[in-house]
Design a protein around this ligand. Structure first.
Ligand SMILES: [Zn+2]
Length: 175
């Protein structure tokens, strides 16, 4: 959300032998401005953020594409429900990430896009996060999730359970 933590982890992953392409998906309701700043000039990292617009921090417009076309911003209006959100994810985010052929996917896993979240205005329900994870699995690379926003505790917990339940048993969750 604010800091370049996911960008730092992507750069660390790229320092490991054999890792040349790392993707970051940010489904927190706020634009991943810190992550974008950290990676937008690095063609080894692709970054895709779905976020409410207009909304704090008021960055993440579609024309922000990174120096190498390695950034995809998908702003959605307040009130967007899970079906439309997932549709955008499937039609825009996944093809962008697939084309990049990442060897690792880092997820900025915020849960403030849930309908009852006091800081967000989107309308996702916990089960929507299971669908997002299932979509991510089609990339065929390991996934590491980093928890971010989520300010209504019970739905956030339910959404985290849906997230983890969608991961195959053989995939060790990394939080
Ligand atoms: Zn957030």
């Amino acid at each position: 959300m604010f800091v370049g933590q996911r960008g730092d982890r992507a750069h660390y992953a790229l320092s490991l032998p054999g890792i040349e392409r790392v993707a970051i998906l940010d489904w927190d309701v706020h634009h991943g401005n810190g992550t974008q700043e950290a990676i937008e000039n690095d063609p080894r990292i692709a970054f895709c953020s779905l976020h409410q617009w207009p909304h704090y921090p008021f960055t993440g417009r579609p024309h922000e594409t990174g120096r190498h076309g390695n950034v995809l911003n998908l702003p959605v209006p307040a009130g967007t429900e899970g079906a439309a959100y997932y549709g955008l994810f499937a039609e825009k985010a996944l093809p962008f990430l697939q084309a990049f052929r990442p060897q690792l996917l880092l997820v900025s896993a915020g849960y403030d896009a849930l309908a009852t979240d006091p800081l967000g205005g989107l309308q996702l329900v916990p089960a929507d996060y299971g669908r997002l994870v299932a979509g991510c699995l089609t990339l065929g690379c390991p996934i590491a999730l980093g928890l971010e926003g989520g300010y209504d505790p019970a739905p956030t917990a339910a959404a985290l359970v849906a997230t983890l339940a969608a991961l195959p048993a053989t995939h060790p969750p990394v939080l």
